[in-house]
Design a binder for this molecule. Structure first.
Ligand code: ADP
Ligand code: MG
Length: 219
C-alpha cells in the first residue's frame, strides 16, 4: 500500500529530515512511527500527503509514484487519505458537526449523504450531545475526537495521524486509538506518528523507529 525506496528529504541548509528510508506498509496494516522530536516523523507524513516532495528516492502509494502524479491526481490521492494534524486545525467559525460535514461538502457529496455519514461517524466518537458546539467550547480531547471524526468520515483508504494524542491523558489517548483500531478493522491502513511509548505498548502493533531521519528499529 505504502512503499518508500531509499527515500530522503533535505530541507534548506542541508538538514536531512529523512535519510535513505526503505519501508513497506501493507494494505490494512496499523503501524506506529516513533522517534524523538526532530526524527522525521512529520516529514514522512507530509511526503505521503504530497505536501512536500522527496529530495531522493521514491514514495509509492497503491503502486503509484507520488511525485509522478498530476495535480488532479494529487487531489484525488488526498481525498483517499484522512489526516489528523497535531494541532487539530478545526475551522473556528463552523460548529464541530459542520467541521466534519464540510469535508464531504467540498467533495460535492449531496446533503442527505453528508448528514447520514456525519451522524454515523459522530456516534463512533461519542460526541452526540456536542454536535452544535463550536471548537472553542470543547476540551482538547473533545476537539481531537472531532478531528478524528473528520479524518474518518470519508471512509479513507489510509489514515495518517501526527501525534494524535499529544496532550491527552491516557484514557482519552486509548479512546482515540480505539477509533483508529475500528477503522483499521474495517480495512483502513493506519499510520500513527507518536513518541508515546506507553501507548504503543498498550496498542501492540508494528513499530518503525526513526532517529535523525534514519530507520533504526522495526518491531
Ligand atoms: N519546513 C522545514 N524547513 C526546514 N527544516 C525542517 C522543516 N520541517 C522540519 N524540518 C527539520 O527536519 C527534521 C525533522 O523534522 P520533523 O519531520 O518535523 O520531525 P518529527 O515530526 O519527528 O519531530 C528536524 O530537524 C526539523 O528541524
Ligand atoms: Mg512531528
Amino acid at each position: 500500500m505504502i512503499e518508500t525506496y531509499h527515500l530522503s528529504k533535505v530541507y534548506s541548509r542541508g538538514v536531512y529530515a529523512l535519510r535513505d528510508v526503505t519501508l513497506s506498509i501493507d494494505k490494512g496494516e496499523f503501524l506506529f512511527l516513533t522517534g524523538a522530536s526532530g526524527a522525521g516523523k512529520s516529514t514522512l507524513l507530509r511526503l505521503l500527503l504530497c505536501a512536500e516532495q522527496p529530495t531522493e528516492g521514491t514514495l509509492k502509494v497503491g503502486g503509484r509514484v507520488l511525485s509522478d502524479l498530476t495535480p488532479a491526481e494529487v487531489q484525488s490521492h488526498r481525498r483517499s487519505v484522512g489526516f489528523v494534524f497535531q494541532d487539530f486545525r478545526l475551522v473556528p467559525r463552523f460548529t464541530v458537526f459542520q467541521n466534519v460535514a464540510f469535508v464531504m461538502r467540498v467533495l460535492g457529496v449531496d446533503l442527505a449523504t453528508q448528514q447520514r455519514k456525519t451522524f454515523q461517524v459522530w456516534k463512533g466518537v461519542g460526541l452526540q450531545h456536542r454536535m452544535n458546539a463550536y471548537p472553542e467550547d470543547l476540551s482538547g480531547g473533545e476537539q481531537q475526537r472531532v478531528a478524528v471524526a473528520r479524518a474518518l468520515v470519508n471512509d479513507p483508504q489510509i489514515v495518517l495521524a501526527d501525534e494524535p494524542t499529544g496532550n491527552l491523558d491516557p484514557d482519552l489517548s486509548l479512546e482515540i486509538m480505539n477509533l483508529f483500531r475500528e477503522a483499521n478493522s474495517r480495512g483502513t491502513t493506519v499510520l500513527v506518528a507518536t513518541h508515546d511509548l506507553w501507548m504503543i505498548r498498550r496498542v501492540g502493533r508494528r513499530v518503525v523507529g526513526l532517529e535523525h531521519g534514519r530507520v533504526v528499529e522495526v518491531s
